[in-house]
Design a protein around this ligand. Structure first.
Ligand code: 13P
Length: 248
């Protein structure tokens, strides 16, 4: 039985002051539920949020990290640095990083390995562009991402993985995939894990949907058979909206 997991991705929003304000309101609204919750915040807010969420079951995530242990990589952040703060999750391979920051399946794969070395749970993002979907290539694209991104990960590691299906055409556009489309693609992701690692492993992997999830569509999406959770962008910035999604 997989526990639903709803994570917020704040992207490049909020100062530390704003993050702490969010946390104090969010904590008053948040009730311990059977739903796992995390906020994936910009690096500079992680330490303050760790403190603000202490004593609660709200988990903390980063949005990226480097794949090397340490070194002359100006402007980068290592897994060790995240680990020291007590970060639980790290988003890896978000489409915005693939699109604007030269993230490739190869670097994604290296980052997944590094996360597991440091006991940070990766939230791996996969998904197709609108052009690829219109050309009937959505399934092929996501299958290739799965195969390349997971390369040489062990079955035990893959069991712990969180995967977010995020169709690029539904991110920040207000255009949500229909629950059926999202369900179909999350099912495809699970079946590609069956092919790569077998049934038992595939049953454990949490698969989220991400792309314009909001209070008004969360219930329908979360009720779909293959969808175990959501990765929420814009609607995670307001505590009142995010709490409604968690309480779907
Ligand atoms: P929106 O919810 O703002 O569409 O963003 C989705 C996303 O990219 C989450 O990682």
């Amino acid at each position: 039985m997989r526990t639903p997991f709803i994570a917020g991705n704040w992207k490049m929003f909020k100062t530390t002051k704003e993050a702490v304000e969010f946390a104090s309101v969010f904590r008053t609204l948040y009730k311990d539920t059977d739903v796992k919750t995390a906020i994936c915040a910009p690096f500079t807010q992680l330490a303050a949020l760790k403190e603000a969420f202490s004593g609660s079951s709200i988990k903390l995530g980063a949005q990226n990290m480097h794949f090397e242990e340490k070194g002359a990589y100006t402007g980068e952040i290592s897994a060790d640095m995240l680990d020291e703060i007590g970060v639980d999750y790290c988003i890896i391979g978000h489409s915005e990083r693939r699109q604007y920051f030269c993230e490739t399946d190869e670097t994604v794969n290296k980052k997944l390995h590094k996360c597991f070395e440091h006991n940070i749970t990766p939230i791996l993002c996969v998904g197709e562009t609108l052009e690829q979907r219109d050309d009937g290539l959505a399934e092929v694209v996501v299958r290739i991402q799965m195969r390349e991104d997971l390369k040489t990960l062990t079955a035990e590691q893959v069991k712990k993985l969180v995967i977010a299906y995020e169709p690029i055409w539904a991110i920040g556009t207000g255009r949500t995939a229909t629950p059926q489309q999202a369900n179909e693609m999350c099912g495809l992701i699970r079946s590609s894990i069956v092919e790569l690692y077998g049934d038992e492993v595939s049953e454990e992997v949490l698969i989220q949907y991400g792309g314009s999830v909001k209070p008004s569509n969360a219930t329908e999406l979360m009720n779909m058979e293959e969808i175990d959770g959501a990765l929420v962008g814009g609607a995670s910035l307001k505590p009142e909206d995010f709490i409604q999604i968690i309480d779907f």
